[in-house]
Design a protein. Structure first.
Length: 117
């Protein structure tokens, strides 16, 4: 955690990643209130975030890892989530194949899911 202390002290833009309540608590103790939750799907997903909300009401999360167009809406409706993301927005196969229209369609779908909330 020494690295987090230096980042915070120097006021660098940084969002520490956490996967457990203990890590979230430690980040909060260092003054961070916006945290990356990774890998969200392997560490409890939406249920985990809902569980943390009353414990750490001042913390907000950006879940990544396992987020997709199929479940992003469920993440974005949780009170302590301020954003969500993941590599699904830019699949390597589509980039390597230069399928820009397909990448645009993936992004548009994600935006439409978020805009509905």
């Amino acid at each position: 955690m020494l690295g987090l202390q230096r980042l915070h002290h120097n006021r660098l833009a940084y969002m520490p990643g956490v996967a457990t309540p203990t890590e979230a608590l430690r980040a909060r103790e260092l003054g961070f209130q916006e945290l990356k939750f990774f890998p969200a799907d392997l560490f409890g997903g939406v249920g985990f975030l809902r569980h943390l909300s009353p414990l750490y009401p001042e913390l907000k999360f950006c879940p990544t890892g396992g987020v997709s167009n199929e479940n992003i809406r469920s993440f974005l409706t949780v009170d302590n989530v301020f954003a969500a993301g993941g590599v699904y927005l830019a699949p390597r196969a589509l980039i390597e194949a230069e399928r820009w229209e397909d990448l645009t369609a993936v992004a548009r779908t994600a935006i439409s899911h978020a805009a509905d909330i």
